[in-house]
Every structure is written in structure tokens, then in C-alpha cells.
Design a protein around this ligand. Structure first.
Ligand SMILES: NC(=O)c1ccc[n+]([C@@H]2O[C@H](COP(=O)([O-])OP(=O)(O)OC[C@H]3O[C@@H](n4cnc5c(N)ncnc54)[C@H](OP(=O)(O)O)[C@@H]3O)[C@@H](O)[C@H]2O)c1
Length: 286
């Protein structure tokens, strides 16, 4: 077997309905890994300048006509903001072929809503995250029952362009992943920001505090990944009796860090579920 052979989409055309940040991340990954040729990509969006930009940068086709993009694609990727979905779905309806796969990365849009709206059965719903833009993301995804094994493989291949991917069999995991990994980078950035500010408070320059925090984060993650121990054990390893870590952790626990994180992620989960059923903004659990 020739292990140099890269898996590809076999000459299929990939159409993006919505050509923003995440679409560009997927385009970059697909091209970088040679899964598809640029002339097999159609990027649709309302602004011609954006189309020109993507064409110049990647050599892809572009259009401002969603119907044209849907008709021209074998794999149609829905990558618009959730609030734009109600405009886009009726435009696509009636322009899909039965063998098309629609892959949606739109937060909070359930399979049934998509299938009913587009009158199309083969759909994958996915929740990627921002590190996907550099191929370091994690995506949780679920195929509708009508997605064949071959189309599942295709979806997996496309999503792998963003990093790791996990296929699940219950759609609730998508809302859970939205709260944990989809929104996760925001929590990590906030934590980093707080640590950097604390470093500046101590007297470090912002540049040095940023460097120390970024490398600490990166090193801690790499170390935890290479280690068989539970993360609590790793934390214990750096917590000597009466030492600095013990003092700092006491303050973090006293401030309710664990509870706040748990509540925040629960709130994000509820918000994701409420987006799906159209509940009003700001409805939080008791
Ligand atoms: N960013 C993330 O980390 C992330 C993570 C997980 C899931 N998602 C999901 O991915 C989706 C896309 O997010 P994003 O960050 O890539 O957003 P984005 O950068 O705003 O991209 C959305 C694109 O859709 C275009 N658009 C607006 N109206 C349109 C229409 N009627 N027809 C076709 N295209 C239209 C926008 O064009 P204009 O700029 O000209 O308005 C924009 O280029 C969202 O549903 C989000 O929930 C994002």
C-alpha cells in the first residue's frame, strides 16, 4: 500500500453558502491537505469584494448567488451565521440533488430544522471551534440517518481539515459540545487574559507576561496529553504542602472558580438549546 496517497474528495465540488471565517478555515485546510482542487470550490456570499479576495488568495470560484452555489456543488457547506439561516434555507430548497451532502456548521441549527427547511435528507450537523482555522480545532458532528457510509467518510475528511473530529449518535451532544469545545476557546482566552493582567500587576511587561502565559498554557497541555495521570494528579504534583500553588489554589477555590466554570458551561449549553428552539435571548437556568 502506498501510504503517501492522501485521501481526497475524488473530484467532487464543494460549495460554501457563507464565505466568512470558518468557511475560509475549511478552504485552507482542504487545499493544504490536497483534498480538493481550488477550481472545485465555490464560495458564495453577499459581497463581491469578499469573493474577489478568496479568489485571489486561493483560486476558488465565487458567486453572490446561493442558488447557483447549491446547484454547482456536490458537497454543500452551510457556513452562515444562525440569524441568516432563515434567508438562506428557502434559497437552497429545490436546488439540491438527492445525492448531495449538506454539511452545516451553523450553531444551534438542528438536523430536523435543516432537513425540513431544505426538503433534503442527507445532512451532517457539525460544531467546530476557532482553532480549526490553524488545523488545531476539534469538531463534534452527527450525520442524519439518510447519510450513506460513503458520505459519512466524506464529511469526516472535510472536518479533519480543521483538526480532530468526533462523530456522535445523539444530537444533544452537539449542544453540549457547543458549550464545551465550540465556546471553549473563549473561556481559555479569558483565563489567559486574566493571567496576563495578573502578571502585569506583578510588574512584568505585557509582552513578557503574554509570553510566560502562552508558553505555560501550551506546555501544560502538551504535558497533560503525554501523561497517563488524571489532571488532578498533575496539579497535586506541583502543589507542595504550604507552598505557592497551595496558596493560589486556596484562593481560586475560595472564589468559586470550579462552580463558576461549571455554571458558565451549563449556561452556554442552555443557550445553545434555546437557540435551536428559538427561545428569547438571555434566558438562563435557575
Ligand atoms: N467562528 C467560530 O469559531 C465558529 C465555531 C463553531 C461554529 N461556528 C458557526 O459557523 C458559522 C459561520 O461562522 P463564522 O465565524 O465563519 O461567521 P462569519 O465570518 O460572519 O461568516 C459568515 C459569512 O456569511 C456571509 N453571509 C451573510 N449573509 C449571507 C447570505 N444571505 N448568504 C450567504 N452568505 C451570507 C457573510 O458575509 P458578510 O460578511 O458580507 O455579511 C460572512 O462572510 C456560524 O453559524 C457559527 O455559528 C463558528
Amino acid at each position: 500500500m502506498n501510504t503517501d496517497l492522501q485521501p481526497t474528495l475524488g473530484g467532487k465540488t464543494v460549495s460554501f453558502i457563507g464565505s466568512g471565517t470558518m468557511a475560509e478555515a475549511i478552504i485552507t485546510g482542504l487545499l493544504k491537505q490536497g483534498m480538493v482542487d481550488p477550481e472545485r470550490i465555490i464560495a458564495a456570499g453577499p459581497r463581491a469584494e469578499r469573493g474577489h479576495e478568496l479568489a485571489r488568495r486561493y483560486g476558488v470560484h465565487w458567486t453572490t448567488d446561493n442558488e447557483e452555489a447549491a446547484e454547482g456543488g456536490d458537497l454543500i457547506i452551510l457556513s452562515v451565521k444562525p440569524q441568516v439561516l432563515k434567508t438562506v434555507i428557502p434559497q437552497i430548497r429545490g436546488h439540491l440533488r438527492r445525492q448531495n451532502l449538506v454539511l452545516s456548521i451553523v450553531a444551534g441549527a438542528p438536523l430536523k430544522l435543516l432537513a425540513d427547511g431544505m426538503a433534503h435528507a442527507a445532512i451532517v450537523r457539525a460544531m467546530p471551534n476557532t482553532p480549526g482555522q490553524i488545523g488545531q480545532g476539534i469538531t463534534v458532528w452527527i450525520p442524519s440517518q439518510e447519510v450513506s457510509a460513503a458520505l459519512r467518510d466524506e464529511a469526516r475528511l472535510v472536518l479533519s481539515a480543521l483538526g480532530d473530529e468526533i462523530c456522535v449518535d445523539d444530537e444533544d451532544y452537539l449542544d453540549m459540545a457547543t458549550a464545551l469545545s465550540g465556546t471553549g476557546p473563549a473561556y481559555v482566552f479569558l483565563f489567559m487574559e486574566a493571567m496576563i493582567d495578573a502578571g502585569v500587576h506583578l510588574g512584568f511587561s505585557r509582552r513578557m507576561a503574554s509570553h510566560l502565559v502562552m508558553q505555560t498554557m501550551q506546555g501544560a497541555v502538551a504535558y497533560a496529553r503525554q501523561n497517563d495521570h488524571h489532571v488532578a494528579e498533575l496539579r497535586n504534583q506541583v502543589t507542595s504542602p504550604g507552598g505557592t500553588s497551595a496558596e493560589a489554589i486556596y484562593q481560586l477555590e475560595k472564589g468559586g472558580l470550579r462552580t463558576v466554570i461549571s455554571k458558565a458551561i451549563w449556561a452556554a449549553y442552555q443557550r445553545s438549546r434555546s437557540l435551536a428552539v428559538g427561545r428569547p435571548r438571555g434566558t438562563l437556568p435557575e
